[in-house]
Every structure is written in structure tokens, then in C-alpha cells.
Design a protein around this ligand. Sequence first.
Ligand SMILES: [Zn+2]
Length: 182
Amino acid sequence: MEENIPALSSAPTVTHCSACYVSVLSEDAFCNNCGYPLKGTEEEQANFKADLAVKEIDLLDYKEKIDKAGKRLYLTAGLLGLGTILDGIKLRGTPYLMAGIILDLIVCAAFIFLGAWSKRKPFAALVSGISLYGIVIILQVIDDPVNIIKGILIKIFIIACLIDGIKAAIAAEKIKKETHLT
Ligand SMILES: [Zn+2]
């Protein structure tokens, strides 16, 4: 049982894992894909399936949180875009106008990019998003300390959701690795 005997020598039959439905060999003790105890007792098999069902539900929950966090990145882009318009009015006729608008648009575009990227690489995108958002807030405060309390609820609303999304991305990755669920 210890060595991986090639299929030829014992001619095992191919069957299907009843947990994840991939092909397995009749001699396998565990499913290579999901770890289902193919030769386990009925109770072990039932426990495994119950556990897998729970993880599947958890994963859906995490995906929802990741999705929500991705949408917050778009919201951030939208709010910054709105800020750009307001800044444009405020800075009209000053030499900072163009520089201010260009910088705002770059940051705005970065959040849109991160929002889209969070669908494929949620952890990296959300960590980048929260870092960039932190930098934006620091710059706003340097510009005018009053900005720390301006829109504080929206800031908390965005940051809390991004943190939630990051935690969910870590947890989802762990489940995916353990179960091969996607
Ligand atoms: Zn399986």
C-alpha cells in the first residue's frame, strides 16, 4: 500500500469519488482530489461529506464578502472621481488644477483596476486596495487635517469591508487548498 503501483501491475478499475466525482482507482484509500476516505467506514465517509458541505457553504459566504469588497473598490474609485470634480472647481484658475486632476484620475483608475483584479486575485488586489486607500487618506490629511473626520463613516465603511474581504480571501484560499473546491 505504501508505494504507488503503476496501473498496469494490478489492473485496478477506475471508479468515481462519491464526494467530488473525479475518477479514482479502486485501490486508492483516499481520493487524490478531495481526500475522501474511499475505503473508510460509512461513518467516516458521512462525516467527510458533511464537513465538505459546510466548507462549501463557507466558501460561498467568503466569495460573497470578496465580491462585496471588490465593489467597495469601485465605490472608492467613484468617490475619488467625485472628489476630482469638486477639487477641479476649488482649484480652478490655480496652477495646481491639471496636476491635481491627473493625479486623481490615476488613483481613480488604480481603484477600478484593483476592483476588476479582485475577481481573479482577491487577496493581492484587496491588500493593494486597502494600502492605496490608506495612502490616499494620509495625503488628504496632510493636505488638510480636517479631512480626517470628513466622510469618516464612509471611510470606515470602506475599510471595514476591505478587511472583511481580505480575511475572506485568506479563508477561501485555505478551503480551496484543502478541498480542491473552486
Ligand atoms: Zn474526491
